[in-house]
Design a protein around this ligand. Structure first.
Ligand SMILES: [Zn+2]
Length: 562
């Protein structure tokens, strides 16, 4: 069921019955399980409300009185998935995610015996958000930690609840560190040992925060606790240079995946924990900013599945090339693959991937030679900018590696010419290039203040080669003065436009023999595959009302037709 709470069969049947009577589309679906998988959470909530006889409210967190909540134990609330919202005139407004759970009544009967309880049903995520807002995370004090006796602990935990109170101080330390990181929307937690210091800090919005010191003597104990949490053998830690694992933190009933990477260091270890908080996801292919159309996405995944060869992303600076490549690295990031990156600077650290930063261009050659000796499967080269880097990238691909890189050219088909300009023979590029991509980031209209407009003016239609169908199209444009939501900009967020040219063995061969120019190749691939170009993708977003011509013409040359 597409819902955070599991109901028993009897209740589920009642909910399904309500769903079918409330929604015509739902009544058409024959299979209960299929219906529950497809239906939106809000519709489901409506049905749960109808089945339980309670009013359904998809949003309640704004209603919550922080003082009332502060008096309740957050772990009791999150276990029973309920939250008292307000209290007035001996009446309590209580939000529950599961109307059939007795724990809310039990709690309120004991706690608010004198009050009349008014229940509403809401989404589990709303309950979590309500509890999360009101709670303060507290960790053990430094004095408490200093007073700890070091002893070995052997108990195993897999789903680690970071929002309840733990008896064992090390567990409490990890719990408060992780819950604090989730609360601050950190992307990573780093734990580092130095000569005389042991500390952790968070990365939030790309920046590392202040250090939080931990008594040095807890170094081994904390290490052992974390390795134990992931069932990694602690005796390996001095032998193995790197260890990876993952565990799930339970944060007010919400699961947050944590990817763990530990490197042995001179003074002990360096741990990176990447928080895979689903509510603040880092860019992933097919989602958020990188929500490409299905055909493009499929072609991209196909290119990634090729065992060796080079995938090149082109576009001007700031077009999000490396964001997409990093999302691709995340797709490729499996424990059995050795992924090395050579970047200047390292933009997005992915646990499990060995990132190397180039201090200056003279380091490139020795670094890549060293890479090739360290048994890589995937190599990410930040940018091909000169003959040397072009040669080494192609060489790595020819010798059986998967290479991802970026280059500065406006269009995907120009990638081949750019490599030639850098002195690479065409047959070598044709043989190794698996996909040529180009990308732009286009601003999205603020949904709150975008304005409708009727078609595109005649002059602009001619200027940008738009067909007669654009004269009457219902479109949206940005509001110049914006609104509060978008900070007066009229736009909110950006989305990536991507064009991809897959190079098949046949087209690669024709290209190598000089039977096709890169431009002809592009025309041919488009004819064969119906893959959209940057322009096609841009115009699609325009007609969908996601962006306007103003934003589009800033990032795309629309004055020619391909
Ligand atoms: Zn706005």
């Amino acid at each position: 069921m597409n819902y955070d709470i599991k109901f028993n069969d009897t209740i589920q049947r009642q909910i399904v019955r309500q769903l079918r009577s409330l929604d015509r589309a739902a009544s058409a679906e024959g299979d209960d399980e299929a219906l529950l998988r497809k239906v939106s959470k809000t519709k489901l909530l409506g049905a749960i409300g109808a089945a339980s006889g309670l009013p359904a409210m998809p949003q309640v967190k704004e209603l919550a009185d922080p003082q009332l909540l502060a008096g309740c134990d957050p772990s009791v609330l999150s276990q029973g998935m309920f939250a008292p919202l307000r209290c007035a005139d001996n009446q309590i407004l209580l939000a529950v995610a599961n109307p059939w759970d007795y724990r809310a009544d039990e709690f309120c009967n004991a706690r608010f015996a004198e009050h009349e309880i008014f229940k509403v049903v809401t989404l589990a995520s709303e309950i979590s958000a309500t509890i999360e807002r009101s709670s303060q995370s507290t960790g053990p004090s430094r004095a408490e930690l200093e007073a700890l006796d070091i002893e070995h602990s052997g108990n195993e935990v897999s789903d680690f609840d970071v929002t309840r109170t733990h008896q064992e101080p090390i567990a409490q330390l990890v719990a408060s560190m992780v819950s604090d990181a989730i609360k601050r929307h950190a992307s990573d937690i780093h734990i580092k040992t130095e000569k005389a210091q042991f500390f952790y800090y968070f990365r939030v919005d790309g920046d590392l925060g202040p250090k939080v010191e931990i008594p040095l003597k807890l170094k081994d104990r904390l290490d052992a606790f974390l390795l134990n949490l992931m069932r990694l053998a602690p005796e390996d830690r001095s032998k193995r240079p790197g260890m990876s694992g993952r565990f799930t933190a339970s944060y007010y009933g919400r699961s947050v995946g944590i990817r763990f990477e530990r490197h042995r260091s001179y003074r002990g270890y360096h741990i990176t924990m990447r928080l895979l908080d689903k509510t603040h996801l880092e860019p992933r292919l097919g989602m958020g900013t990188l929500a490409f159309d299905e055909v493009t996405l499929f072609e991209l995944e196909k290119a990634l599945a090729v065992p060796s060869g080079i995938i090149v992303m082109s576009g001007p600076t700031g077009s999000g090339k490396s964001t997409t490549l990093n999302a691709m690295l995340r797709e490729l990031n499996r424990p059995e693959d050795n992924i090395l990156t050579l970047e200047n600077p390292v933009e997005d650290e992915i646990p499990g991937v060995t990132h190397c930063d180039l201090r200056d261009s003279s380091e490139f050659k020795p670094m890549i030679s060293s890479f090739m000796r360290s048994d890589p499967d995937v190599i990410f080269i930040g940018e091909v900018r000169d003959r040397e880097s072009a040669e080494l990238a192609i060489e790595a691909a020819i010798t059986g590696h998967k290479v991802l890189t970026t280059i500065h050219t406006p269009r995907a088909s120009q990638i081949i010419e750019r490599f030639q300009q850098l002195g690479i023979e065409r047959w070598k590029i044709a043989q190794t290039l698996k996909a040529a991509c180009a990308q732009r980031l286009v601003k999205l209209l603020c949904h709150n203040c975008r304005q409708t407009c009727e078609g595109i003016p005649e002059r602009e239609m001619r200027l940008f080669n738009l067909g007669p169908e654009w004269a009457k199209k219902k479109l949206f444009i940005h509001r110049k003065e914006g609104c509060n939501e978008c900070g007066g900009r009229g736009y909110l967020g950006r989305a990536a436009l991507l064009e991809i040219l897959p190079i098949t063995p046949r087209t690669g061969d024709a290209l190598a023999k000089g039977e096709l120019t890169p431009y002809e190749l592009e025309i041919e691939i488009r004819k064969e595959t119906a893959l959209p170009s940057l322009r096609d993708n841009g115009l699609r977003m325009l007609s969908e009302g996601k962006t306007d011509l103003d934003a589009l013409r800033r990032v795309l040359d629309l004055t020619y037709l391909e």
